[in-house]
Design a protein around this ligand. Structure first.
Ligand SMILES: Cc1cc2nc3c(=O)[nH]c(=O)nc-3n(C[C@H](O)[C@H](O)[C@H](O)COP(=O)(O)OP(=O)(O)OC[C@H]3O[C@@H](n4cnc5c(N)ncnc54)[C@H](O)[C@@H]3O)c2cc1C
Length: 387
């Protein structure tokens, strides 16, 4: 006889882990199935930025609700998430000043701790930053970064304490449906029954969708990351998204993590080897960090790595019910899902158990928007993040 659960979560990245934890908090007996190991997908390679600055409200609201968890992890979840408050700057090119003002006004309406600051203010906040090519930035003094692997493990350990079962090296190969209702899944380690199945399979989510005839327009996004040894005289800088130079960077102890918004590789197969960073990436990353941070020319490359996430056509997540009753999607996090994960878990558990997410209205993130041609974009859009 198959083992029976209340819900099966496919994928043990940070999104599946958060959803499993939240369902288990609501009393469900949950099974997490993971084809490799916990955090083997995008989560294990994530840069971990925690900030609220987005150009659409639903993303900012999810990030803000999540931020309350990151800041008080031990009390809210238990264990560690590795949050470091560094302050966060969103730098924009002068052509985007109006957009920045409008987006910060939207953030303030939500309650986010943020302000528009001038280049002169930026110099006071972070004296090592060169500020001659932009006029304005948004500043979030309380934001920073966290550790995606610690965060995921913490969700999983706390879910396990509520009775959740985790099976690694367990690849879901089929989903059973009868009378329009999900019945369970088949995997390389046997079959399991549950009336609820949540697709959190990251870059593989479109394949999992196809198991029940649900088409998810998901591409892949492969992203190179470098760590540079920071010369001591530079000092500790904040976490920065620098749209003027199409990069982001943050401190990691004596190192600086740098990655680029452009030159990312789209369309690689989900199972393709991650391999090495693109030829030329390191030089471009070093050139840009030196362009922004005084004294970085004396730094040295420490290491690089590559990660891959699922990318939707509007570069926003999909969170909805789709296909047979009991089948749910939480995927397509498009290179920005880590910081949203605590609120995603709450919202998905509310959607599944109460019929509607209450913490944040996630109805605009439904799968149907692609078929309807209603792709999401900010009223004061900065354009696609990833090029
Ligand atoms: C290099 C990089 C940097 C990033 N930086 C940031 C950042 O600074 N801030 C931020 O907020 N976000 C960032 N992101 C994005 C964020 O990390 C992801 O959006 C998030 O981790 C996605 O989590 P996930 O659980 O949806 O996917 P994943 O972590 O990819 O997890 C999906 C899991 O599903 C498993 N799986 C797939 N198919 C099956 C199957 N059939 N059966 C069983 N298991 C299956 C996979 O093995 C995988 O472990 C970054 C991403 C990358 C790659």
């Amino acid at each position: 006889m198959n083992q029976t659960y209340d819900a099966i979560v496919i994928g043990a990245g940070v999104i599946g882990a958060s959803i499993a934890y939240n369902l288990s908090q609501r009393g469900l007996k949950v099974l997490i199935l993971e084809r490799q190991t916990v955090g083997a997908g995008a989560t294990g390679a994530s840069s971990g930025l925690v900030r609220m600055h987005y150009d659409i409200e639903v993303d900012s609201a999810l990030a803000w609700e999540s931020f309350h968890f990151f800041r008080n992890w031990r009390e809210r979840i238990g264990g560690e998430c590795g949050f470091h408050k560094t302050g966060f700057l969103q730098i924009v090119a002068p052509g985007k000043n109006e957009h920045l003002h409008a987006n910060v006004a939207m953030h303030k309406r939500i309650g986010i701790l943020t302000d528009v600051v001038t280049a002169v203010d930026v110099k006071k906040i972070a004296p090592m930053l060169k500020t001659d090519d932009f006029e304005l930035a948004a500043y979030e003094p309380e934001s920073g970064y966290a550790d995606p692997v610690l965060t995921t493990n913490s969700f999983i350990e706390n879910a396990k304490a509520n009775g959740t079962v985790l099976k690694q090296d367990c690849e879901v190969a089929g989903i059973r449906v009868s009378g329009g209702n999900v019945q369970g899944v088949d995997s390389n380690r046997g079959s399991f029954d549950a009336p609820i199945v949540v697709n959190c399979a990251g870059t593989f989510a479109s394949r999992v969708g196809q198991m029940v005839g649900v088409e998810i327009p998901l591409d892949t996004w492969t992203h190179d990351v470098a760590f540079v040894k920071r010369p001591p005289q530079v000092g500790m800088h904040p976490t920065v998204i620098d749209d003027a130079l199409s990069m982001y960077f943050r401190p990691e102890g004596e190192l600086t993590l740098v990655a680029l918004e452009d030159g990312n590789r789209m369309g690689e197969a989900p199972e393709a080897e991650l391999g090495r960073v693109d030829p030329g990436f390191v030089m471009r990353a070093i050139d840009r960090i030196c362009e922004r941070v005084d004294g970085m020319e004396e730094g040295a490359l420490h290491s690089t790595h590559v990660g891959r996430d699922g990318l939707t056509p509007d570069q926003r997540a999909v969170m909805s019910q789709a296909g047979p009753d009991g089948f749910y999607l939480a995927c397509g996090f498009s290179g920005t899902g880590f910081k949203l994960s605590p609120a995603v878990g709450v919202c998905m558990s509310e959607l599944i158990l109460d019929g509607r997410a209450k913490l944040v209205d996630i109805s605009s993130l439904d799968l149907g928007r692609f078929a309807r041609g209603e792709l999401l974009h900010g009223e004061h859009s900065y354009g696609h993040i990833w090029k």
